[in-house]
Design a protein around this ligand. Structure first.
Ligand code: PLP
Length: 396
């Protein structure tokens, strides 16, 4: 049911929306930039107004954990970028993911999720949800056998695409169709693509969650998350955020909004750099295999062309010589910083076995497609030639 009330009637593009959000009033001495409401609480002018708030008859701001105009402005922008009715921003991607899952699931319920997930999401499902009486079933990224796992207690279908760190894709339309057939709430972690490259709500998903720490904010300077969907579903997620306390700080909301202004141009240029890096690595004799959906050799290349408008700026490669060779490359890289996280303007390398996929058994690693010699790369905005020169010296 996509009749987003907040989306302007004109057909503005993603870059325009990233910069302007909803229509702005022109006015004398009106700031071009947003104001930061650096406050925990808000005043009321009378007890009568407070009473209306308590009765649910007023949408006045009371306390920043419940809402704040700086947060509301970036929420509106995110809803527009994803083509959803509403959005809620959170203190982290994990706050968005946990609050979203708990807005749908309760004790006795079951969720079906893909196996290849961000490590934190996987551990939430392995270690925390079962303690809440929620049963988790996993399927691989082809979704084979998913429907056989549906029981009368299944409530949600959770996927991530592209996946971390081997960039496998899930057929988003197929996942949405399975969920619809069995009346499950479909949720996707769309962090790696950002709304610039993939619009999961248009592909039929109910809720898209993001680690806004990554491409949306884009400068490795803030931890942030978001969930976007229908007004009803987002209201339920917001209830959870308020109760569990994963609300965003206004300063973080400002940084997120500031980052989003350049999202389109950043991602476009990062995709170009990533393609050049992927092609260079694919030709290098010390590299066993490159995982990048933009290469025709990637198993999900065709699917990427169908459901994404670009191949993204994340890639991974497996070194011949396993973990020892992979460690040597990471230790020798100079321009590529050795750091966790992704999606910022700086290019990064990491070994997933020591970061996102720590504390996982060999079997769990194999199911995630991670080998000990896998190096994950987040391609930034540096000059292409410098990136390739740095990888070349690290590999040679
Ligand atoms: C980083 C990340 C998360 C977690 O987000 P935080 O902002 O670190 O809480 C979730 N999903 C994906 C795909 C991520 O890359």
């Amino acid at each position: 049911m996509k009749t987003p009330s907040k989306v302007p009637s004109d057909n503005r593009g993603q870059s325009t929306r990233s910069i302007h959000g909803t229509d702005k009033k022109h006015g004398i001495s009106t700031g071009v930039g947003p104001s930061i409401y650096r406050t925990a609480n808000f005043t009321f002018s009378s007890t009568g107004e407070m009473k209306l708030w308590a009765e649910g008859k007023s949408s006045a701001y009371i306390y920043t954990r419940y809402g704040n105009p700086t947060l509301a402005a970036v929420e509106e922008k995110l809803a527009q970028l994803e083509g959803g009715e509403a959005a809620v921003v959170t203190a982290s991607g994990m706050a968005a993911i946990s609050s979203t899952l708990l807005s749908v699931l309760q004790a006795g319920d079951e969720v079906i999720a893909t196996t290849q997930l961000y490590g934190g999401s996987y551990r939430l499902m392995r270690d925390i949800l079962p303690r809440c009486g929620i049963k988790v079933h996993h399927v691989d990224n082809t979704l084979a056998g998913a429907e056989e796992l549906v029981s009368p207690r299944t409530r949600a279908f959770y996927i991530e695409s592209p996946t971390n760190p081997t960039l496998r894709l899930v057929d988003v339309r197929k996942a949405a169709a399975i969920a619809r057939r069995h009346k499950l709430v479909s949720i996707i972690d769309g962090t790696f693509a950002s709304p610039v490259l993939q619009r999961p709500l248009d592909l039929g998903m109910d809720i898209v969650v993001h680690s806004a720490t990554k491409y949306l904010a884009g400068h490795s300077d803030v931890i942030a998350g978001a969930a976007v969907g229908s007004s009803k579903r987002v209201a339920a997620i917001r209830e959870m955020v308020i109760s569990l306390g994963g609300s965003m700080d206004p300063e973080a909301a400002f940084l997120l909004d500031r980052g989003i202004k350049t999202l389109g141009i950043r991602v476009e240029r990062q995709c170009e750099n990533a393609m050049a890096v992927a092609k260079f690595l694919a030709r290098h004799p010390r590299v066993e295999r490159v995982h990048y959906p933009g290469l025709p050799s990637h198993p999900d290349h065709r699917l990427a062309k169908q459901q994404m408008s670009g191949f993204g700026a994340m890639l991974a490669f497996d070194m011949k010589g396993g973990v020892a060779a992979a460690r040597r490359v990471c230790d020798r890289a100079r321009l590529f910083l050795l750091a966790a996280s992704l999606g910022g303007v700086e290019s990064l390398v990491v070994l997933p076995i020591y970061t996102s996929h720590y504390n996982m058994s060999a079997k769990e690693l194999a199911a995630s497609g991670v080998s000990p010699g896998t190096i994950r790369v987040s391609v930034g905005l540096e000059d292409t030639a410098d990136l390739i020169a740095d990888l070349k010296q690290a590999l040679d």
